[in-house]
Design a protein. Structure first.
Length: 290
């Protein structure tokens, strides 16, 4: 049985949907903090059990009978994230899983400017030490972050951000499909994958141009210093630790930590991944319908 953690989240939910296109529902199980939120999967024959990375005992039942466990990385940072990943990895090993698949990041590196990619590197070390064969999915940077960084740009006509560098923005949908392909073919990848990215790396100058082309409005990229960006965010009530994380992303992008472009995702999908332009176009269209 393939067990998917975080199956009610933005990525995990899509992975389960993709798995159900490839294997019978009784071969899929999900480990979720709130089983009620996974009722739609239970109704389709998926095994739904309560499991939390903060409760090792719950994972023993949630992972029971697992042949593979997909550990979807948690929405935490630093020691808290790595500790929760450790609990999940140990639980998968104890359950007898013959393979652990983990949603890592293309920038995973212990010396990264971005705390999350340092966490992914630490988790990959835990996987190596576990003694269980593993695949670490080095996912491209989620394209949804572009929309968050753009903020009110479509109304103000300005994208105001620190200096950045090119980033291989990649959609949740494409990465979920790739994860399902990897989970249904245990011979794919031993250890970290190559970067799973779209076909181009884009900076926010290009994002502004794309937004202008799609909307017919003039969207201008305005570059501000890190200190000015920090001051603006703090003035608007963003906690200092969160500001540090955001500035770390820009420092990492300036160092080209997220700039790699690789064909592996295209190979897994059997088609080109969605471009950032297509993703932004679809999001703008969806917003227009609301």
């Amino acid at each position: 049985m393939i067990i998917v953690t975080g199956a009610t989240g933005q990525l995990g939910r899509r992975i389960v949907e993709q798995l159900l296109r490839r294997v019978p529902a009784d071969q899929v199980g999900v480990s979720v903090r709130d089983p009620e939120k996974a009722r739609v999967f239970a109704e389709r024959g998926v095994r739904v059990r309560s499991g939390s990375f903060t409760d090792p005992a719950s994972l023993a039942q949630a992972f029971e009978g697992a042949s593979q466990v997909l550990v979807v990385s948690v929405d935490k940072l630093g020691d808290e994230a790595v500790e929760q990943h450790r609990v999940a990895i140990e639980a998968a090993a104890t359950a007898g899983a013959r393979r652990i698949v983990y949603t890592s990041h293309m920038g995973a590196n212990p010396s990264s400017h971005f705390v999350a990619t340092r966490d992914h590197a630490a988790t990959e070390e835990l996987l190596r030490a576990s003694g269980v064969p593993f695949t670490s999915l080095r996912n491209g940077f989620y394209a949804t972050s572009v929309l968050q960084f753009m903020g009110p740009a479509l109304e103000t006509g300005k994208i105001v951000l620190p200096e950045d560098g090119p980033v291989s923005w990649t959609t949740h949908a494409d990465l979920a499909e790739a994860a399902a392909v990897v989970l249904t073919d245990e011979n794919r990848f031993d250890g970290p994958t190559p970067p799973l990215t779209a076909t181009e790396a884009v900076d926010f100058d290009r994002v502004a141009a794309i937004a202008s082309e799609l909307t017919g409005k003039t969207i201008t990229r305005v570059t501000v210093g890190d200190d000015d960006y920090r001051a603006s965010l703090v003035e608007h009530g963003v906690p200092e630790p969160a500001v540090d994380v955001l500035l770390g992303i820009f420092a990492a992008s300036r160092a080209h930590e997220f700039a790699a472009v690789d064909t592996t995702l295209t190979t897994l999908l059997g088609r080109p991944p969605a471009s950032l332009e297509a993703f932004v176009r679809d999001e703008i269209a969806n917003d227009a319908k609301v």
